[in-house]
Design a binder for this molecule. Sequence first.
Ligand code: GZL
Length: 355
Amino acid sequence: MKRLSEKLSVTCKKLIFGHVGACIIILCILPVLFIGHSFFRGFDIKIEQMSADTEEEDLIVVGFSQLGSESGWRTAHTASIQQALTKDAGYFLIYNNARQMQENQIKAIRSFISQRVDYIVFAPVIEDGWDTVLLEAKSAGIPVIVTDRMVNVQDDSLYTAWIGTDAKEEGKKAGRWLETYLGQKRRQPEEVNIVVLKGTVGSTAEIGRTKGFGEIAAQHDNWHILESVTAEFTANKAKEVMRSMLRRYPEMNVLISQNDDMTMGAIEAMEEAGIRFGEGGDVTVISFDATRDALELIQEGRINVDVECNPVQGAYVGETIQKLEKGETVQKHYVVEEKVFTRENAEEFLEHRKY
Ligand code: GZL
């Protein structure tokens, strides 16, 4: 894969020998355009810095479009990619935070294409709406590695590899845990009144977890999903939504919260309302992600179970790029390992949990 620096110098040579006059004017105006243009807003580097650095050390230039910074999980996911794609490891990483907006991700990917990066890595905020921009990347000959959530595209040759988690299986794990738990507590015949706090609607995590848990719930006539409502994976939104759910559904006895940040917000709302929750409480709390803060609440009995969603995906992204650099074939879909945490096993993992 030609390095960016080679491509830039070839382009400049053609320009200079082809049309000297025009070229001098363009070269004088170009830096002003680049620096002034909103093109680079939100990016952490400038093109002249990139070409200097990459030329000097023949670095692999990677454009990374991260969907946002909405949760503790997302922070860990970003860190995992940044820690794998360092300059010492041979990369020049351009990071962009799209702040939960698909149009920002599309702009970032287009900017990476115009900067002629060697690879694009991106975590799509929602599954739909990527065909056009991924076709542009493919036409530019830039491999795209999707991470965390999935894209829903007509033609899966629009991305080279996907590294992420199995959201539907995570949802099923939550349902199977609840079946076992109710059995152990001899509560099978009881009416199970469930509220679901969903993540970003249309995201792989929301679609998969909702579907997976829903399939298990549908097997039980006495399980009733009272309402399934999004709180956007954030604690603040979850606290607000949970206040309303508690008012509307006093009969609620199970909370399914599709990430730990929303669980924290929901817990605050239940504490405010004087609701007993967790182990021995009136509301059983089922969460997803298994971040450090949540594992601590499991130990305190305030969360009953946490289905892990593993954000540590950077090493696999790096391995995939290295294989592509060598012209080797890569696995199209790679699912990272994930566990289920309860009071029985949380402690042994807490000590080494970095996020
Ligand atoms: C899951 C990931 C989700 C996490 C949330 O793959 O996309 O997004 O569960 C995060 O914490 O916001």
